[in-house]
Design a protein around this ligand. Structure first.
Ligand code: GLU
Length: 557
């Protein structure tokens, strides 16, 4: 038997790390068994699905190195004999099977209005009973049904659930039996003509030859519906494995809500009054929406708005989606390694491995039933290790690609030589590909944007000592100005000579004032590199401004 797994995202958002882990397990299970991975886009919810989201999923999978054998065509992958791979393009296939079920009396048209159904649900609630569809539609004669259909009355198709217990066998969670009557006559085709998830998934898994369904645990209960549909349609049953959710260390579900929470907390802590304004001066969020969001933890802002507000307030949001981790500068192979460990173990306490190893070793036996806890510190440590193991060339190439996508201002402002110096100076202490840019924003600021606050380290470096840091700074300015070729080695030679002559050979006495002058703060890459990256003109101009600003604030002697 050929192993066929599938990853079947609904394109209504972004690829969450939980979804990425499902995709990775599906990929590894197929790859390790000479099987195939199918990518199927489950876009039958017309209101929520979007093409941008489908593309986003594929981009994220590509980035993670999860390639598919069958599915939407992208580059040299995809295609296949079982397409189309977008469910919205498979309506004729579903219709054929729906008609068959209706003709066989295994499914029926129902014309109940949503008001009627709501009233029945409400009555069930009041009677403290579980609501089940009462099969009112079955009271109609075949003629009445035909007449209503001919008149174009809106209808759904419901599956006539057999009156029997249903047993789900799951390779990860074990067996569960639902007593007869638990599953009511559920809808398999919606009023808009589209199949429901349950119906489409069953048809497609069978048509696409799927042998193993690995998916999120939230679908475990749905499996009962899928099994009875398979039986009614005479379709084979794949092997099921349901994967636990990924949780935060505090036990909460890892989700977009975490971003809302971080932003809300920051807004409250900083006592920010209203929503920030966009560049045209309009509030980014309507005042009443903002107030509701701030006061009610269950209310969320949409992702785009949330990110704009966070950027405006300089709040960094926790990564949840694959795209977030990418933007934060994680390496795809590290994220895969880490995700693989969140819910599966290789045994022998082995923690570091690549996708090839995962494919060789992945087995459902070692998939954990209990939820995994996502340890961000550990992920960061993995990423740091991987960066430290890289050669300077590789780091430079990856950092350039990262900058091209997320930090273009660095490529615009620095020439190739300067960019290389930044990479070489940052590699050993960077935990992510983004860190060289994140912590060195001053390199791309306009010279007149640098600001100085008289903090403790600034006071010490600039105002203390004999001569003071400011005085040394004034003295070294013409020395730097006179360097003919402003590279790190020439700068080092000039500064070393200056330090011998004017600062008792103590480099720190001048390095720290220089650093503060050019960056605004006490932290930067090594000082010679920093100055070389900035270049002659910026260094002189920043020193001048610093001298002017801080001399005003210096305590009088
Ligand atoms: N489209 C479903 C989802 O994104 C997955 C369905 C399945 O794997 O069966 O949750």
């Amino acid at each position: 038997m050929t192993v066929v797994t599938r990853f079947a995202p609904s394109p209504s958002g972004n690829l969450h790390v939980g979804g990425a882990r499902t995709a990775l397990y599906c990929w590894a299970f197929a790859r390790g068994r000479e099987g195939r991975l199918v990518l199927r886009i489950e876009d039958t919810d017309r209101k929520r699905s979007s093409e941008a989201s489908s593309l986003g999923f594929m981009t994220d999978l590509d980035w993670l190195g999860i390639d598919w054998d069958e599915g939407p065509v992208r580059g040299d992958q995809g295609g296949g004999d079982h397409g189309p791979y977008f469910q919205s393009e498979r309506l004729a296939i579903y219709a054929e099977h729906l008609d068959r079920l209706v003709a066989e009396g295994k499914a029926y048209h129902a014309f109940d209005t949503s008001e009627e159904l709501d009233a029945k649900r409400k009555a069930a609630r009041q009677a403290k009973e579980a609501y089940r569809y009462d099969r009112a539609a079955l009271a109609l004669t075949a003629e009445e049904v035909a007449a209503k259909l001919a008149a174009g009355e809106p209808s759904v198709i419901r599956f006539r659930t057999p009156d029997a217990a249903i047993t789900i066998v799951d390779e990860v969670l074990g067996e569960a039996t639902l007593p007869a009557g638990e599953v009511d006559d559920f809808v398999i085709r919606k009023a808009d003509g589209y199949p429901t998830y349950h119906f489409a998934v069953v048809i497609d898994d069978a048509m696409m030859g799927v042998s193993h369904v690995l998916r999120a645990q939230e679908h475990f209960n749905n499996t009962a519906k899928h099994i009875i549909l398979q039986d009614a349609l005479g379709l084979p049953r794949p092997v099921y494995g349901h994967l636990s959710l990924i949780f935060n260390p505090d036990g909460s579900k890892m989700s977009k809500r975490d971003k809302d929470k971080v932003l809300r907390t920051a807004v409250k802590e900083r006592a920010i009054e209203g929503p920030p304004a966009d560049p045209l001066g309009a509030p980014m969020v309507e005042a009443d929406v903002w107030a509701t969001w701030l006061g009610d933890k269950s209310v969320q802002l949409d992702l785009e708005t949330l990110e704009r507000v966070a950027a405006a307030l300089d709040v960094s949001l926790p990564e949840i989606n694959v795209a977030d981790f990418r933007r934060s500068g994680y390496l795809p192979e590290v994220l895969c390694n880490f995700l693989a460990l969140n819910g599966w173990s290789a045994g022998d306490d082995l923690e570091k491995f690549d996708n090839t190893f995962l494919a060789e070793r992945f087995h459902l036996d070692r998939v954990q039933k209990t939820p995994a806890k996502f340890d961000r510190d550990k992920l960061l440590a993995f990423n740091l290790d991987a960066i430290q193991e890289m050669s300077p060339d590789v780091f430079h190439d990856l950092a350039s690609a990262h900058a091209a996508e997320f930090r273009p201002e660095f490529l615009e402002r620095l020439d190739q030589g300067q960019f290389r110096i930044l990479c070489d100076a940052s590699r050993e202490r960077s935990k992510t590909l983004d860190e060289p840019f994140l912590v060195n924003g001053f390199l791309v600021s306009a010279d007149d944007e640098i600001e100085w606050a008289v903090t403790k380290p600034v006071r010490k470096a600039m105002f203390k000592g004999e001569p003071t840091g400011l005085e040394l700074l004034a003295q070294i300015r013409p020395v730097l100005e006179a360097i003919p070729s402003f590279d790190a080695v020439s700068i080092e030679t000039a500064i070393t000579a200056f330090v011998e002559a004017h600062a008792d050979g103590n480099l720190g006495r001048i390095a720290q004032p220089l650093r503060i002058a050019v960056s605004g703060g006490p932290i930067s890459p090594p000082i010679y590199d920093t100055l070389a990256i900035l270049g002659h003109a910026a260094v002189s101009s920043r020193i001048d401004r610093c001298l002017a600003v801080l001399s005003e604030l210096a305590p009088s002697k």
